[in-house]
Ligand binder design. Sequence first.
Ligand SMILES: [Zn+2]
Length: 82
Amino acid sequence: MPVLKAVYDERLTEFLEKLGLLSQILGGSIRCHQCGKVITIKNFGSVKRLNGDLVVFCNTPECIANSLKEPEIITDSPKKTD
Ligand SMILES: [Zn+2]
C-alpha cells in the first residue's frame, strides 16, 4: 500500500521536524543511541529524552526493546516511579 506508506512517512517527518531532528536525520548526523547505526527516515525506531537531550533509536527489535527499558529517562515529573 504505497499510499499508506507515504502518509506514514509524512507524519514521521512532521513529527521529527517538531522535535528539531529532521534536518539532522536527513543529514545523516544522528546515530542510534543503542547500536550506533546512522538513523534515517527508513530505520527510525523511537526517540526519547535522556538527561535533557533527545536520543534516537533505530527500528531493530533489540534497539526498540532497549529504548523502552533504558533506566536513565528524565521526565518532566520529579517524582520517582518505583
Ligand atoms: Zn540501533
